[in-house]
Design a protein around this ligand. Sequence first.
Ligand SMILES: Nc1ncnc2c1ncn2[C@@H]1O[C@H](COP(=O)(O)OP(=O)(O)OP(=O)(O)O)[C@@H](O)[C@H]1O
Length: 297
Amino acid sequence: MIKIRDLVKSFDTKDRVLDCVDLNVEKGSIYGLVGVNGSGKTTLIKHIMGILKPDSGSIKIMGEEIYENTAIKQKMAYVPDELFFYHGFSLKDMSKQYASFYKGWSWEKYDSLVSSFGLNEKESLRSFSKGMQKQAYFILAVSTMPEILILDEPIDGLDPIVRKRVWSIIVDEVADRQMTVLVSSHNLREMEGVCDAIGIMKNGRVQIERDIDTLKTDIHKVQVAFTSEVYDPFKGLNVIHEDSRGSVKLIIAKNSFEEIEDIIGRNNPAVFDVLPLTLEEIFIYELGGGKDEQIFV
Ligand SMILES: Nc1ncnc2c1ncn2[C@@H]1O[C@H](COP(=O)(O)OP(=O)(O)OP(=O)(O)O)[C@@H](O)[C@H]1O
């Protein structure tokens, strides 16, 4: 549904903000885009929306290049990180603008979302709190009945009840009509619960892209102690972090459960626990952090 190849973008003041980005989003899936501050998520999203023009590379949405492609943009909706509203405009005023532009606009969907979020349609949007403005943008975006919904930090800054409502609406739209979603957020715990696939950005690249189940089966936390001294007990494993407390060793290994069991099992460990990592832990260790992390369980 979204296919990006070798996308490069520099700004006058900054070279290679996007540096050969490859990315793939399947139809009807929820794709979580995560990365440290300044890694290029918003810049990438603006390219996907056809707002920015790439220096080189290709961005195909439903098989077509997106830049200046109004027909495809009609099928997409976007909730940006930085919201913009016309001076004095209410949610009702904005909805009329959206309805006149988007062919797929649904008043039925709009009415049901407004009542679900309980926002005042007639009040000036500029007098709304930041969280309420985000909800208003979300209502407008979903009411266009997009085939692709792009959300740049949509839940960051919302209260837990509203966040839950936003996720539940997203999941329902995906289940009901195969909407495709690309969402960026720093809330990894919530992303972990809803995303089918994750792209991790670092230094202007998508460094890792996997479906969430594969991502979790490729990396493990291992706690182990041996009855006697073992020379190089982790030989053959791809250990990216190691720590020890007394005789107990703790490692983060980029291997499957079976590989870990096979290699460590040969040395007859007295203690041997293999645990999956949370998305937050994967993020920290994959991006080279974690040196100061407490990894003992
Ligand atoms: N118009 C611009 N001109 C110059 N540099 C820019 C411009 N837009 C973005 N950048 C730079 O590109 C880099 C990536 O910014 P971007 O906003 O895409 O990161 P991000 O991953 O969305 O960050 P965050 O998680 O903090 O929202 C940053 O170093 C930023 O300063």
